[in-house]
Design a protein around this ligand. Structure first.
Ligand SMILES: [Zn+2]
Ligand SMILES: [Zn+2]
Length: 302
């Protein structure tokens, strides 16, 4: 049997959104209105602006994306002396954080996570690879929904956007974290329109978005589109929308798992049957141009 939420079996429809980006209210290169209107033109259904250490308030534009209140705080001190960047989505109000960087980094990270949650926030750890986070930084955290498995800004800037190994390290320890993909757009380089969430929900409100993110009713994408994912506890099958995939990875702990690789013609479908010792399974789909999709983990209970 599996312990998981497979969004493909949930009622509702798919909404596309992004929940990590910046504006001129912090260090972004576009105003909140300009940032939102860019996403509106691209047809995004929801957007959370997450300016650093503050809450940018803006009314959802008519016909545009639903705006979900959010922030990104840099707090705490990691094993390597860096700080955590926490994204809090669905906040009712901003939490108190000191203005001075040194004072923020002196805050215990768990206290800030707890504070964000008390304010109604769903908490994701942003770009673990770029932040220099190690396993011992992530495993003790309580109350986080997940991490960014992919962050476009840090990938475009310094090639450190992929945190799949951090994710798998946590999952192999039995820590059931979700994996998100976000632009983290600062609008000063090609860091927008590159990574988003496909959320399965019955309605599109800020509350429904935050609830869906917390529940894992989504998959993450940098371009690849999934038509279906099914899992009966033993066999997982995935169907990929055109143009298909050059590679489909069934990723489990330790050495379990499998790669299905296209032989000339892109793959539209693949299946994998567990061997019996896996603790979890997640899927990563890589399209012909390198675009990806990441499903959330399905935990196996025996
Ligand atoms: Zn950050
Ligand atoms: Zn950011």
């Amino acid at each position: 049997m599996s312990r998981c939420l497979n969004p493909f079996t949930q009622p509702g429809r798919w909404y596309r959104g992004v929940f990590h980006c910046h504006t001129t209210n912090s260090d972004g290169g576009r105003s909140p209105e300009a940032a939102v209107s860019w996403y509106a033109e691209q047809g995004y259904d929801f957007v959370a602006i997450t300016d650093h250490n503050q809450l940018t308030r803006l009314a959802s534009p008519a016909g545009g994306p639903v705006l979900v209140p959010g922030t990104e705080v840099d707090v705490g001190r990691t094993r390597l002396g860096t700080s955590y960047h926490l994204v809090g989505i669905g906040l009712r109000a901003m939490i108190d954080v000191p203005r001075e960087t040194a004072a923020r980094h002196a805050l215990p990270v768990q206290d800030v996570i707890d504070g964000l949650r008390r304010a109604g926030g769903v908490v994701f750890v942003a770009h673990p690879y770029w932040s220099g986070l190690v396993l011992d930084d992530l495993v003790p955290l309580e109350g986080i929904a997940g991490i960014e498995v992919y962050n476009a800004n840090t990938e475009v800037d310094v090639g450190k956007g992929h945190s799949g190994v951090h994710w798998d390290d946590c999952l192999a320890r039995g820590k059931p974290l979700l994996g998100a993909a976000n632009d983290d757009a600062h609008w000063r380089m090609a860091d927008y329109g590159r990574a988003w969430t496909l959320l399965r929900a019955e309605s599109l409100t800020p509350e429904a978005v935050a609830r869906g993110l917390a529940a894992g009713a989504f998959y993450a994408s940098s371009g690849a589109v999934l038509e279906d994912v099914a899992f009966d506890g033993e066999t997982a099958t995935v169907r990929v929308a055109p143009p298909g995939a050059q590679e489909i990875r069934f990723i489990s702990d330790h050495r379990w798992g499998r790669r299905a690789v296209a032989d000339g013609v892109p793959l539209r479908e693949a299946a994998h049957t567990l061997r019996g010792q896996e603790r979890y399974l997640r899927l990563e789909v890589i399209g012909p141009s390198g675009e990806r999709a990441w499903t959330n983990p399905l935990f196996i209970e025996r």
